[in-house]
Write a protein that binds this ligand. Sequence first.
Ligand SMILES: [Ca+2]
Length: 323
Amino acid sequence: MKGNNYWVLNGFAIYNSKKGLVLDNSHHNDIKNINVNKIGDEGIHLRTYSSFNTVENCYVDSTGIVSTGTGEGMYVGSATSNWATYTGGDPDTCNYNVLTGNSFGAHIVSENIDIKEGTSHGTISYNTFNGAGLNGQNYADSWLDMKGSYYSIACNTGANTIADGLQSHINYTGFGDYNIFSGNDLTVGSTGYGINVATSSSNGTATHNVVCSNNTVSAGAVGLTNVTTQTCSGASCLVTSVASPAETSLYNLSPNPANDHITVNLSKENTATSYVITDVLGQVKKSGNFDSFSVHIDIQELVHGMYIFTLSNTNSSVRFIKQ
Ligand SMILES: [Ca+2]
């Protein structure tokens, strides 16, 4: 995709290609339910300023068949060494992208997700990582390499890696910082950490990353993380509905993804009087009351990302994405 905005790519497969799906200068697209498999290089790549995109419920496997050093499952931005090619030497600011609910197979030779320096404000949530195929080339020894800033990395699960589960790196001054890791469940199966956070490198220091104490690690020889954990405001990773549009028997929420508003319709049996909207870290972003069976909620002030809608009278929550 080159310069394509507001497209929905839904429900097909990409097989036997050099790269799977690449976005350049493409914004506000919704990419979902796509099977990417048997790929020479990387599976899905958001590149050249591509921002405000959502990649959800996709499955990626067997990447790096040809280029064994660049076989990432998903890739956001570009490395500093490629900025001259894609962005005239400027940082490749692919910002506000949401990667959620995706699954990764056992034959991905590089990181499941590689987030490059120069990108910021994305969400990486509810993904299922698998490091069984990692080959160790170009530091491909973790499910995630986080080199961006101001990301939320929440409610992901992972199994099997070479070194660590999730890594944060400082590859460019000012990046690899201000990220929050919350509610991730990490079955490392190696000698590393669940979450390994670089605090200094030749490119500077990063002291504002937050690793919440609600992350869990198992089968890791060293432990959860190399930095001091912090208590974070109750992120709940137990929201089970990922339906789109989100529907339960008690209410439905649409559209999803949404741009400037959502509409919630209650069933006649539903006696809810109020609602609350939180981000994936559990912080309340909006709340309000129902005075009829339908409510129209303005979400223009929410930044692009994933949110959780909860009714007051139940623990019934659904996720939605502000695009
Ligand atoms: Ca790595």
